[in-house]
Design a protein around this ligand. Structure first.
Ligand SMILES: [Zn+2]
Length: 144
């Protein structure tokens, strides 16, 4: 069994792991975080397996950046958010849990203080995931 078989995000890429996908192309895929910090929390990942941001080739990072811009614009609109946080963690000490490069896209609202990492993360319900991923996909379509 190779490394990719052990990797949760590689299994999402191959479809062996269920995920609420909002965007998909030849090199990148975006889907809802199963344990969202806030509703609309989305992850953008490369289809290719790279351990983290620092070990990802520049051309893949450039594509990831393009798709993250599109996804973040859509998440902000779909969630009627005032802003959005975009970040990536490198290494366990920084909070990286899945060792396959991914960009977090997390909506933020004026009415709600910025998230903190101690907030309890609950698994998303199927109904919420269908509604939220549907709204984000609709916004992505509008972006062309
Ligand atoms: Zn992987």
């Amino acid at each position: 069994m190779n490394q990719e078989n052990h990797c949760l995000f590689c299994r999402v890429v191959t479809g062996d792991e269920q995920a609420y996908v909002v965007y998909n192309d030849m090199r990148a895929i975006a889907f809802l975080d199963r344990y969202p910090i806030v509703p609309g929390h989305t992850l953008v990942v490369t289809r290719e397996h790279y351990r983290d941001f620092l070990t990802t080739p520049l051309d893949d990072l450039a594509h990831l950046s393009n798709i993250t811009k599109k996804v973040a614009t859509a998440v902000q609109a779909a969630m009627k958010a005032d802003g959005v946080r975009i970040f990536t963690n490198v290494g366990k000490s920084a909070g990286q849990v899945i060792f396959h490069v991914h960009i977090h896209v997390i909506p933020a609202w004026e009415s709600e203080p910025a998230f903190n990492s101690f907030r309890k993360r609950m698994e998303i319900t199927h109904d919420d995931a269908v509604n939220i991923s549907g709204a984000i996909k609709e916004e992505i379509l509008k972006l062309g």
